[in-house]
Ligand binder design. Structure first.
Ligand SMILES: C[S@@+](CC[C@H](N)C(=O)[O-])C[C@H]1O[C@@H](n2cnc3c(N)ncnc32)[C@H](O)[C@@H]1O
Length: 353
């Protein structure tokens, strides 16, 4: 018997520009799928098998921001009837929370655009929650609820204001629990740079347990957004960068500036640090050579790394497994990669002993 909610379609969302390589990697003959629909930042695929909405079999790749089973595509000019039709059709499905999110409209950071902060999605959430109340359905929708492992998530993806997709997934990873795969912390007043958001997301994703009093070094620290976050967390921070730090960071009592390039600092100077963050705008091999020299030095006690690795073009994402293997060989047991929502053409490599 056909199960009413089974579907052969899956979607992946990603940063604008990453679609091409994801299509190559996930489509036949390399991957198991055939390409279906594609837009900037959102690609759908078809497989030979219709799977249930809570099947754990979903695409995986560091460039995938979020993924799910596509249940249907809807078009319409007026939100209310579209919402009613979705709530009616999926009322019998045992979903637990509904995430509403919008496909990226630009590259992160472009003219102030940041993923995961869509006014349209918030507007729809209000309408959906009102409709759910009216139906005496106690389940709720949100744009920012963080769902825990195994939660059954229904999704409304705003592709265009008049074209939505309904999808479903079980939460299998930390980022599956974020609407659209975006961890969107509040933007603090006086944020020094976007690196604040990038590092906030990196710490949350990697679960790096940075605590007040921990000593953290950042290579490529100017102007200081990431240091601002680390100082807010109560860490004692050293920034290595030939360029100036914002004076709010430079004057902070828990901050020290080493005004030089990383290779000019003696390796034994890194002995006091527990965590190392690197956000230098240099080639991947330069970053990895620099960090390898530091963490393999006999006096190093660095337990955790958060590295931003630049991708000079999208094809360089094919080298991610090699990068992970290399970092693993330095004695880090948990090594993982993800293109964060707040990354630009770069990805985050996190490693812990
Ligand atoms: C993307 S910015 C860093 C943003 C910074 N993390 C923040 O939170 O605002 C890149 C920085 O890397 C620095 N940089 C490039 N090569 C470096 C090296 N070899 N050692 C230290 N810093 C370097 C540049 O001077 C530049 O300030």
């Amino acid at each position: 018997m056909t199960q009413p909610y089974n579907s052969p379609f899956v979607y992946v969302s990603c940063q604008h520009g990453a679609e091409k390589i994801l299509k190559e990697l996930l489509s036949e003959p390399v991957g198991p799928y055939r390409l279906a629909y594609s837009q900037k930042g959102l690609v759908t695929f078809k497989s030979n098998l219709a799977t249930p909405p809570w099947s754990r079999s979903l695409p995986e790749h560091p460039l995938i921001r979020s993924r799910g089973h596509v249940l249907e595509r809807l078009e319409g000019e007026v939100a209310e009837p579209m919402i009613d039709s979705i709530l009616e059709k999926y009322s019998e499905l045992d979903w637990q929370h509904l995430h509403v999110w919008q496909r990226d409209i630009a590259q992160p950071g472009w003219h102030g655009f940041e993923p995961g902060r869509s006014a349209l999605a918030s507007f729809l959430v209000e309408k959906i929650n009102k409709a759910l109340e009216g139906r005496q359905d106690t389940r709720r929708a949100s744009t920012d609820h963080i769902a825990s492992a195994d939660t059954k998530i229904l999704e409304i993806i705003i592709d265009e204001p008049n074209r939505w997709w309904v999808a479903a997934k079980p939460v299998q990873t930390t980022e599956d629990g974020w609407a659209g795969g975006v961890y969107a912390p509040a933007i603090p007043e006086g944020m020094i740079s976007r690196a604040y958001l990038k590092l906030a997301e990196a710490i949350r994703w990697s679960e790096m347990p940075i605590k007040p009093g921990d000593r953290v070094v950042e290579i490529g620290s100017s102007p200081g957004g990431a240091c601002q976050l680390l100082l807010d967390l109560g860490a004692k921070v050293t920034g290595v960068d030939p360029a100036d730090m914002d004076e709010r960071i430079a004057d902070h009592p828990s901050f020290t500036h080493w005004r030089s390039r990383s290779l000019q600092v003696k390796r034994k100077e890194f002995a006091p640090f527990k965590y190392l963050v690197c956000d230098a705008n240099v080639a991947p091999n330069y970053t990895l050579d620099t960090i390898e020299a530091i963490v393999t030095y006999p006096t190093s006690r660095i337990e955790g790394l958060i590295l931003t690795i630049k991708l000079s073009d999208w094809e360089h994402a094919l080298l991610i497994p090699e990068h992970l293997e290399r970092v693993h060989s330095w004695g880090y047991s948990r090594v993982d990669a993800r293109q964060l929502a707040h990354n630009r053409r770069e990805y985050c490599l996190a490693a812990m002993k």
